[in-house]
Design a protein around this ligand. Structure first.
Ligand code: OGA
Ligand code: MN
Length: 246
């Protein structure tokens, strides 16, 4: 994981409990936004996150179903749980039902992206801190279904934009859609810098695109890569399940 940051395991036979048991061997479970998003779940494991377009009865959701709309924020570049403290270390995503077209997941290497920055940019961002917010991505796609209580559960957190990975000792960019603005900069200026860095960091040369097969388990290090889902036909069934460690 320290070297590659994304690992792909084909033909896995893990059921829900086995996935959760394996995840627990890697650390304590990160519950992500479960407190807000999945009050009811198809899963019996409390920390298992339903990355699918189906409802509790396994029927494909309508395209304007709020739970489905919330899921679409996964299609923006992000690092899981960067909006909370602690954020997610590893995410484990297991594919059960996949679509024939679209629906890939992409991973962008924030270490390689950092290494390719200009000297000027390296100097400029060295000590910058970004504020990350849980609902920023959702507001961007017009998903505004959250109450004041929801918002209060996830107050914004601050993270350095450049961090040294404890395992590989490599520097990497810690950005993505949850990064809402930069501390000490006017909002507009900070957002434009974040957008520029994201554009740089997600060039094709830094990106691995995973074409899912049923039975794939992909594990990634959220401290080293950003990821996003790609669009797919929402009327086609797509079912994955995700677990994370803090
Ligand atoms: C995730 C995620 C993207 C996808 O599960 O954390 O962002 O392709 N998924 O479903
Ligand atoms: Mn994600």
């Amino acid at each position: 994981m320290d070297r590659y940051a994304v690992l792909v395991f084909r033909d896995q036979k893990l059921d829900e409990s086995a996935q959760m048991a394996f995840t627990r061997t890697l650390g304590s479970i990160d519950m992500g936004l479960l407190k807000v998003l999945q009050t009811k779940s198809r899963f019996k494991e409390a920390g298992m996150i339903d990355i699918s377009n189906v409802d509790l009865e396994s029927q494909i959701r309508d395209r304007d179903d709020p739970k489905l709309v919330a899921m679409l924020a996964n299609q923006l570049w992000h690092s899981d749980s960067s909006f909370k403290q602690p954020a997610a270390k590893y995410s484990l995503l297991m594919a059960q039902v996949v679509t024939e077209h679209g629906g890939e997941t992409e991973f962008a290497d924030m270490r390689a992206a950092y290494d390719a920055l200009s000297q000027d940019t390296v100097a400029e961002i060295e000590d910058l801190i970004a504020e990350h917010s849980a609902f920023h991505s959702r507001l961007q796609i017009d998903d505004a279904q959250y109450t004041e209580e929801d918002l209060a559960l996830f107050p914004p957190v601050q993270w350095p934009m450049v961090r040294v990975h404890p395992g590989s000792k490599r520097k990497s960019l810690y950005i993505g859609v949850h990064a809402e603005h930069i501390i000490g900069r006017p909002i507009a200026e900070g957002r434009l810098l974040l957008a520029e860095l994201l554009e740089h960091a997600t060039q094709r040369e830094f990106v691995y695109r995973h074409k899912w097969r049923s039975g794939d388990m992909v594990i990634w290090d959220n401290r080293a890569v950003l990821h996003r889902g790609r669009r797919y036909d929402l009327s086609e069934r797509r079912e994955l399940r995700r677990s994370m460690v803090e």
